[in-house]
Design a protein around this ligand. Structure first.
Ligand code: UFG
Length: 344
């Protein structure tokens, strides 16, 4: 056993995939999740893939009493990965207090508890949203951050600053901030994947739900941007590749491979792919046509952003491996599995 890791928000989309990769790499996992945006069956999926059922504590990370109880009952936690956060950009515009309270309190609690319980390493789920609209692409970690366009984005920026301040104050912890680009796809086994509540706000779940007939038509928000085909450009990163980045980040801190107490990495493929190209890749790889229409731009959208992942490639020894077609196939397989199970 390499160590015991607390995965906060481990029942969610990225958290569940990361739990699988941690267990595959020999870590013991304790998940804490309040199931506000996930369900208990995720544990079965993780167990079917890895043969191991992770320890699960149903609790809210904003609850200090419950968190202390967790650390007392699960002694010897070496590292924490913090996925626990509200993450819908649109909702955050409607409920800013909820977003700031939830996302920041979770972070503050975890950072306060770490030295108390001797936890050494912290991985934080950050986002390329901290860059705003880049002046240049691909974007490197030292590019300036820009004022967030939503409370959700602001919580990511403030969280990065809080972690830096805590480390600067002399807290005996190490932290790695992973700035994710656009995570998509599902585990190739289709045992776990993304399950958004209600109407999906993100492109790929909307696309796969349209392909299976739950939604009538995919709306493509804007085809008059200053890009080769007029649609926005993103760096779509396979969720299993993304999950693996957390494992190497933790190993780096726990094995004392890093000099710095705080490091930041872009986690993306390095390829800019347009919304139209993604749709084409889905139709090509699955053979399924997706009804779609071109509609007005979505306010607040970044026009084009993709990662320079060189630092993660060289320093972490991590690289995105999945092809876009394989990733689209995995998303489709997962959507079909949801249908078989009568969920969607
Ligand atoms: N899009 C559509 N139709 C849809 C949904 C999305 O055309 O039904 C387009 C968007 O306009 C955008 C692209 O697909 O151009 C990607 O949109 P997503 O909502 O999937 O992803 P975003 O890039 O807007 O947001 C994602 C995460 C956020 C994170 C942000 C950082 O969802 O949590 O990346 O840039 F903050």
């Amino acid at each position: 056993m390499k160590g015991k890791i607390l995965v906060a928000g481990g029942m969610g989309f990225i958290g569940s995939h990361t739990t699988v990769e941690l267990q595959n790499a020999g870590f013991e996992v304790v998940i804490v999740d309040n199931l506000s945006n996930s369900n208990i069956e995720v544990l079965d999926g993780i167990e079917r893939i890895t043969g191991i059922r992770p320890a699960f504590v149903e609790a809210d990370c904003t609850d200090m009493v419950a968190m202390r109880r967790l650390f007392d009952e699960h002694k010897g936690i070496n590292g924490i990965i913090d996925f626990a956060a509200s993450k819908a950009v649109g909702e955050s515009m409607q409920k800013p207090i909820m977003y700031y309270r939830n996302n920041l309190n979770i972070l503050l609690n975890l950072l306060e508890l770490m030295p108390e319980y001797g936890v050494k390493g912290f991985v934080f789920s950050s986002s390329c949203t901290v860059y705003g609209e880049p002046d240049h692409n691909p974007i490197t970690e030292d590019a300036p951050t820009k004022k967030a366009t939503s409370p959700y984005g602001a919580t990511k920026q403030v969280s990065e600053d809080i972690i830096a301040d805590v480390i600067r104050s002399g807290s005996p912890i190490k932290a790695i901030l992973l700035r994710y680009f656009n995570p998509i796809g599902a585990h190739p086994s289709a045992e776990i994947g993304e399950l958004p509540n209600g109407v999906p706000a993100n492109l790929v779940p909307y696309l796969t739900q349209t392909a299976i007939g739950v939604r009538k038509e995919l709306s493509i928000f804007g085809n008059d941007y200053d890009t080769p085909d007029g649609t926005c450009i993103r760096d779509f990163i396979n969720v299993v590749d993304l999950a693996k980045a957390h494992v190497v980040a933790l190993e780096r801190m726990l094995d004392n491979k890093s000099e710095e107490a705080l490091e930041v990495f872009n986690i993306g493929t390095g390829d800019g792919v347009s919304v139209q190209q993604l749709l084409d890749a889905f139709e090509r790889s699955t053979g399924v046509k997706v009804p779609h229409k071109y509609v007005a731009r979505r306010p607040g959208d970044i026009v084009k952003i993709w990662a320079d992942p060189k630092k993660a490639n060289e320093v972490l020894g991590w690289k995105a491996e999945a092809t876009l077609d394989d990733t689209m196939l995995s998303a489709w397989k997962w959507q079909q599995r949801l249908r078989e199970r009568g969920i969607m």
